[in-house]
Design a protein around this ligand. Structure first.
Ligand SMILES: Nc1ncnc2c1ncn2[C@@H]1O[C@H](COP(=O)(O)OP(=O)(O)OP(=O)(O)O)[C@@H](O)[C@H]1O
Ligand SMILES: [Mg+2]
Length: 228
């Protein structure tokens, strides 16, 4: 599903690589945590997957596509095959919950009928169907992130990438979001989560890939967070 082949990333104007010599393979259906200290390269790794950034050298393959080979015009179509969740939700504040999720389908020219079928189902899954008509700015942080998860999955992606999805949430809401991501994974979607959430990583014993200074220092099948 995702394959990094000897990937190095040096941002423009930087001399020190943010990622170096990354070799990583994530299979379809896996649930993977990316952990590591601040500045280790977690966000950079996720941005390379959804082609927000390009590798300086090496290759990033996502679903059989070498992302560096995508033409600029193909990038939006590529991104639509993925679901991305951010720490700061990134909802349209003055739009309703329904509109925020529907927007992800409207850009794909989905029919009205398709939208009316898929959006309520996605909202149901995250427990937000009864707030469909509320504006995003009127929601709590936990609710906003549930809507963001609904938006990420409404197109039925085979891969969901989340960068610190629980970073702005209290422990109860954080667990709720993590349980949603686990449910989505159980339904067959590959899920990659960059996180600082030690307690959840330790409790769940999923695959853990640890980064330090831009390199992978640990990759364990039923891993723990592992930093004091
Ligand atoms: N757009 C950018 N331009 C230049 N340098 C960058 C850019 N983004 C990140 N970096 C640098 O790359 C390194 C890795 O950053 P990255 O954001 O990937 O780390 P992270 O592991 O996600 O950290 P955090 O836990 O704080 O989110 C850092 O040294 C950072 O300063
Ligand atoms: Mg980060």
């Amino acid at each position: 599903m995702v394959r990094f082949v000897n990937v190095t990333k040096i941002y423009p104007g930087q001399t020190k690589p943010s990622l170096q010599g990354i070799n990583l393979e994530i299979d379809r259906g896996e649930f993977v945590f990316i952990v590591g200290p601040s500045g280790a390269g977690k966000s950079t790794l996720t941005r390379l997957i959804y082609r927000e950034e390009l590798p300086t050298s090496g290759q990033v393959w996502v679903g059989g596509i070498n992302v560096a080979k995508l033409k600029r015009s193909q990038v939006p179509y590529f991104r639509r095959t993925l679901g991305v969740v951010f720490q700061d939700f990134k909802l349209l504040p003055d739009r309703t919950v329904f509109e925020n999720v529907a927007f992800a389908l409207e850009v794909t020219d989905a029919s009205r009928r398709e939208i009316l079928r898929r959006v309520p189902a996605a909202l149901e899954l995250v427990g937000m169907r009864d707030k469909a008509n509320q504006r995003a700015q009127e929601l709590s942080g936990g609710e906003q992130q549930r809507v963001a998860v609904a938006r990420a999955i409404v197109r039925n992606p085979s891969l969901v990438i989340a960068d610190e999805p629980t970073g702005n949430l209290d422990p109860e809401n954080a667990w709720q979001i993590m349980r949603l991501l686990l449910n989505i994974n159980q339904m067959g979607t590959t899920v990659i989560v960059a996180t600082h959430a030690r307690e959840m990583v330790d409790a769940l014993r999923k695959r853990v890939v640890a980064l330090e200074n831009g390199t992978i220092v640990r990759d364990e099948e039923r891993g723990v967070y592992g930093y004091a």
